[in-house]
Design a protein around this ligand. Structure first.
Ligand SMILES: [Zn+2]
Length: 390
C-alpha cells in the first residue's frame, strides 16, 4: 500500500509549497456505507445514473475518482469502478472517509449546513476526520423556512430572523436565490412591509413542504445579511436540475453589487462555472466581490486546469478563494483539493519558468488563494465576523 501511494505522481517534485487550504464552501459528509447507485447519486449534480446513459463513472469525474482516490484507499491508480467501490465497502465508510478527508490537506472547513440530506453528518465531523477545524455558514432560505414552519407570525418574522442570524455564530450567510427565482436581486432592500405582505401569503400555505420562491423574500434576505455585516455567499452558475442555469449568470447581480459596494461587506460568488470568466470580471471591478471555481474543479477532473486558468485571466489574486464544494462523498474533498492544488501549482510554476513572476511571487499568490484570502474575508483569526449593524 505504501509503495503504491508513494509511486503516485502527485508526489512529483515542486519548489512551490502551497500548504494546507481553507475550504470556504463545503457541505457535510455521508457516514454510512454506500451501494453503487447511492454512490453514483452523490457523485455529480445528476440525481443518479440515467436509464438512457451509462454509468456516471464514464466521465471526467469518474476518471478522477479512479485516478486520485483509489491510491488513497490502497488500490492502484485507475483501478476499476467496481474494485474501487468494493474496497470502499471493505474498509467501511468511517475509515474511507477519514483517509480521503485527511489526504485533502484542508485545515479549516466553512460548512454550509443548510441541506438536510439522508445520512449527512454534522459540520464538526469534518474537523474530527482531518484534525482541522470547522466554522458554519448559515443558509438564509433554510433559516427563513425554519422560522415560518415554526409558525412564527409574518409580523414577527423580521425581528425573529434578525435575532437568529445575529446569534447564529456563523462566519457568513449564503443565498440560494439562484435556485428559487434567479439572480436578479434588487438594487434596493425590499421594505419590511412588502416582505410581511409576501410572507403572509406564503404563511397561509406553510407546511413541511414549504419552499420559498419569491423575489421579494430572497432580495430581503440577501440585503439583511449585508445590513448585519455578514459576508454573503451567493450560489452562481452550475448546480443540479432544480436550477435554471439561464437565470444564474452572475452578471444579473450587477445592480445588486453596484448598490451594495459602498458597504464593503464581502460578497462571495460560489462555483460560477460556466460563468467563471464573468465572475472574474465582477471580482475585478467591484471592491467587495470574491469568487471560487469549486464544484467545477472535481467535476471537470483532469481538464479542470483550464477552468482555473480562465478565472485567473482577470481575477485579482486577492479575490480568488479555494473551495471544494464537496457534498456527501469524502472523495469530493480530496478531488476538489488535490486537483485545485495541482492546477494552481502547474499554472504558477509555468509563469515562474517563463520569467513572468518570481518563485516568491508564486508562493505569495498560492498562500493568498489557498488560505489567506479566506482568513481575511471571514476574519477567521479573530473568531469570525460578528454579525453587527454597520
Ligand atoms: Zn455547495
Amino acid at each position: 500500500v505504501e509503495e503504491l501511494v508513494r509511486a503516485d505522481p502527485d508526489d512529483r517534485p515542486s519548489d512551490l509549497e502551497l500548504g494546507r487550504f481553507v475550504d470556504h464552501h463545503c457541505h457535510p459528509v455521508v457516514h454510512h456505507d454506500l451501494t453503487r447507485p447511492a454512490f453514483e447519486a452523490l457523485m455529480s449534480e445528476a440525481s443518479g445514473r440515467s436509464p438512457l446513459g451509462t454509468t456516471l463513472f464514464d466521465s471526467m469525474l469518474g476518471l478522477a475518482i479512479r485516478r486520485w482516490c483509489a491510491p488513497v484507499l490502497g488500490l492502484e491508480a485507475l483501478a476499476s469502478a467496481d474494485a474501487y467501490l468494493d474496497r470502499r465497502l471493505t474498509l467501511g465508510a468511517t475509515e474511507a472517509n477519514a483517509r480521503l478527508v485527511e489526504a485533502a490537506g484542508i485545515e479549516t472547513f466553512l460548512v454550509d449546513t443548510g441541506i438536510r440530506g439522508d445520512g449527512l453528518g454534522s459540520a464538526n465531523d469534518l474537523a474530527s476526520l482531518s484534525a482541522g477545524s470547522t466554522r458554519e455558514i448559515v443558509r438564509l432560505e433554510t433559516l427563513a423556512e425554519d422560522i415560518l414552519r415554526a409558525r412564527v407570525r409574518p409580523s414577527d418574522f423580521v425581528w425573529e430572523f434578525e435575532q437568529r442570524l445575529r446569534s447564529s455564530g456563523a462566519v457568513a450567510a449564503k443565498s440560494i436565490a439562484a435556485y428559487r427565482t434567479g439572480l436578479d436581486l434588487p438594487s434596493t432592500k425590499p421594505s419590511d412591509d412588502a416582505l410581511v405582505a409576501t410572507l403572509t401569503d406564503v404563511y397561509v400555505r406553510a407546511d413541511e413542504g414549504l419552499r420559498l420562491a419569491e423575489p421579494i423574500v430572497h432580495g430581503w434576505l440577501a440585503w439583511t445579511a449585508i445590513d448585519l455585516g455578514l459576508p454573503l455567499q451567493i450560489h452562481v452558475g452550475y448546480g443540479d436540475s432544480d436550477l435554471d442555469l439561464l437565470s444564474s449568470d452572475p452578471l444579473r447581480l450587477t445592480p445588486f453589487l453596484r448598490a451594495t459596494e459602498e458597504r464593503l461587506v464581502p460578497v462571495l460568488l460560489l462555483h460560477n462555472y460556466p460563468f467563471h470568466r464573468q465572475a472574474a470580471y465582477l471580482a475585478q471591478v467591484f471592491d467587495h466581490v470574491f469568487m471560487d471555481v469549486g464544484l467545477a474543479t472535481h467535476n471537470t477532473g483532469a481538464l479542470s486546469e483550464h477552468v482555473l486558468r480562465e478565472a485567473l485571466e482577470l481575477v485579482p489574486f486577492g479575490k480568488l478563494l479555494f473551495s471544494s464544494d464537496a457534498y456527501g462523498l469524502a472523495e469530493l474533498y480530496l478531488l476538489g483539493s488535490r486537483l485545485f492544488r495541482r492546477n494552481l501549482e502547474t499554472l504558477l510554476t509555468a509563469l515562474v519558468e517563463q520569467g513572468e513572476m518570481t518563485l516568491t511571487d508564486a508562493s505569495y499568490v498560492g498562500a493568498l488563494v489557498g488560505r489567506e484570502n479566506a482568513r481575511r474575508v471571514y476574519r477567521l483569526d479573530d473568531g469570525g465576523t460578528a454579525a453587527v449593524d454597520r
